[in-house]
Design a protein around this ligand. Structure first.
Ligand SMILES: Cc1cc2nc3c(=O)[nH]c(=O)nc-3n(C[C@H](O)[C@H](O)[C@H](O)COP(=O)(O)O)c2cc1C
Length: 228
């Protein structure tokens, strides 16, 4: 599957088969994690065969089952931590799809298992990404429409239908991105080759924006626009 197909196929999956991740996929993910850590100044870690983070009642209530593998989203405390965490975390999510692995971003319903996660004194755990071979491929959910997330007042073009094709493709991919509680609290504005994304208020909205940015870039590619 190419990246766009992966984006279209991805849905959150919370119940996994009881089998280990293919060795080749593990090797590739570890390389990709190193790259993301370097580029994004992050400290993602792949945790394998660790059932404790998802064995609480809360996790079961959240419909998680057989989660034994996950990526911890850890990084140095700073202003753009959530943005980078979302952007590079979603890059890893889409890479998982390329290996036939399903995923789910998890901000709340997991336990921080201190003995397996390496968190430096100036770092924090932002979230985790559960992964594995899903019992299903997940399902299509409700979504806002492109017009709902277009901020015509802050754009040089006021009507969504008049925006260029690359922008529309970016917005379409952005609406397929996972967001906390499927809130999709973001808006896009366009001025020439500059795109501005604004986040709403609330927990995880900055993390959501990082995720959404990665999706937008995939949709808009190969257009070379700039984030304003
Ligand atoms: C930052 C973030 C935090 C999330 N936290 C949780 C969580 O704690 N529990 C859970 O079951 N799902 C969680 N999700 C998954 C969302 O509910 C899911 O992405 C959303 O409903 C959209 O569905 P989709 O991923 O299938 O497109 C989280 C997603 C994001 C992006």
């Amino acid at each position: 599957m190419n990246i766009r197909e992966c984006v279209k196929m991805r849905h959150s999956v919370r119940a996994y088969e009881d089998r280990p991740i293919d060795t080749k996929a593990v090797e590739d993910l570890k390389v990709m994690i190193q790259q993301c850590n370097r580029e994004g100044d992050m400290h993602f870690q792949l945790i394998q065969d660790e059932p404790k983070a998802f064995s609480s009642l809360l996790a079961k209530y959240g419909k998680f089952s057989n989660v034994k593998n996950y990526i911890t989203v850890v990084g140095r405390r700073r202003d753009d931590l959530d943005d980078k965490a979302g952007y590079y975390g979603e890059k890893l999510v889409i890479r998982c799809m390329q290996h036939g692995l399903n995923t789910c971003w998890v901000g709340g319903t997991y336990k921080k298992v201190k003995e397996v996660i390496d968190v430096g004194h100036d770092e924090k755990i932002v979230a985790v990404i559960a992964l594995g071979y899903g019992q299903t491929m997940g399902s299509i959910r409700k979504s806002k429409k492109p017009e709902d997330v277009f901020d015509g007042k802050s754009s040089r073009i006021s009507r969504y239908e008049d925006t260029p094709e690359w922008f529309k493709k970016g917005v379409e991919m952005a609406l397929l991105a996972p967001t906390a509680m499927n809130r999709q609290k973001f808006t896009f504005a366009i001025s020439g080759d500059r795109v501005k994304i604004k986040s709403g208020f609330g927990k995880f909205t900055k993390l959501d924006v990082g995720i959404v940015k990665y999706h937008f870039e995939i949709g808009a590619s190969p257009k070379e626009f700039v984030w304003a």
